[in-house]
Design a binder for this molecule. Structure first.
Ligand SMILES: Nc1ncnc2c1ncn2[C@@H]1O[C@H](COP(=O)(O)OP(=O)(O)OP(=O)(O)O)[C@@H](O)[C@H]1O
Ligand SMILES: [Mg+2]
Length: 296
């Protein structure tokens, strides 16, 4: 029996209800989908806090980064832990190299340079009203999304209307990326494509709640299964092909449609993405097969 560690964190692990995140049910859905499929392939799954004492990792053959959803609060410690596990001969999926590359959204620039269609973005160390005005000019648009270069869950994100600029003292307190607001988010939603070892597993459409533009479940976003057209599957596959390393064990490619109809990548989630098992009934089996192959 091979042993697979599914990394979690104190706010996704079951336990004291108060500590759990509002979306911790997604952790439960992942475990429910993966554990039985792993067992069928002779893989025993250990769900483990990534911050647990090192001896708790002894005997693991591979760890997947699972639902380590607090890593953003302590990214250096997280990557250091992954390095330590790798140095002890545990296969870390996705690898520390992939994690380092993916932790700052400037990776989108690398993807664009490699020919991928990406949401147009201005990169700024800081943003004041001046940079906003410059961005409205540059994109010739009426609304902007300002977000962190390092961030998740739409934290600190701002949607700014050209007719309602913030006051002159306003500053965005983080390294920022500025994008035109793409209206497709409210109508078609964000399209997510889940790849296992480079093969498309399943896809879904994530829509925001009425009156919001963020598709995260914490803001009332909802998901439905998507049967992608060959063109859509191909557009998502092109993003995986543009990654500057071999296809990782798992990847979630989040895309948004431009006004000209083309799909553009908004994020390539390679660290600890939720993999939407409800929309992908084969996910557990695909992952188990891919992991078993890696351990052969
Ligand atoms: N340019 C944009 N146009 C329209 N909507 C956007 C744009 N950028 C972001 N959004 C909305 O805000 C959400 C959060 O943005 P994004 O995914 O880039 O940030 P995040 O903080 O990494 O979130 P997560 O980690 O949960 O994916 C998106 O899922 C989408 O609903
Ligand atoms: Mg996102």
């Amino acid at each position: 029996m091979r042993r697979i560690g599914f990394l979690a964190c104190e706010t996704t692990l079951p336990g004291d209800g108060d500590r759990r995140r509002g979306d911790a049910y997604e952790h439960d859905l992942m475990i429910a989908a993966l554990a039985p499929a792993f067992e069928t392939r002779g893989l025993e799954m250990d769900v483990i806090d990534w911050e647990a004492p090192l001896e708790d990792f002894e005997g693991l053959d591979l760890v997947m980064l699972g639902t380590a959803w607090n890593y953003q609060d302590k990214p250096d410690a997280f990557v250091a832990r992954l390095d330590t596990l790798a140095s002890r001969g545990i296969s870390v999926c996705n690898s520390p190299e992939v994690v380092r590359w993916n932790a700052t959204k400037t990776y989108l620039r690398d993807l664009a340079e490699r020919g991928a269609a990406t949401v147009p973005t201005l990169w700024r160390h800081s943003v004041s009203r001046y940079e906003l005005e410059e961005a409205f000019e540059h994109f010739d648009c009426e609304r902007l999304v300002v977000k962190r270069q390092v961030g998740a869950g739409a934290l600190d994100q701002e949607l700014i209307d050209r007719k309602a600029l913030p006051n002159p003292q306003w500053r965005y307190g983080h390294r920022a990326m500025i994008q035109p607001y793409l209206p497709a988010i409210a109508k078609e939603g964000e399209l997510s494509f889940i790849f296992i070892d480079g093969d498309l597993s399943h896809a879904l459409r994530k829509l925001p709640a009425d009156g919001d533009y963020r598709i995260q479940s914490l803001y009332g976003g909802t998901e439905t299964k998507l049967e992608p057209s060959p063109e859509e599957a191909c557009a998502a596959g092109a993003i995986v092909s543009a990654l500057p390393f071999d296809a990782p064990l798992y990847a979630r490619i989040d895309m948004l449609r431009a006004e000209d109809g083309a799909l553009m990548v908004m994020e390539a989630e390679l660290i600890e993405p939720y993999l939407y098992p409800e929309q992908g009934p084969d996910l557990g089996e695909r992952l188990a097969r891919a992991i078993a192959q890696r351990l052969d």
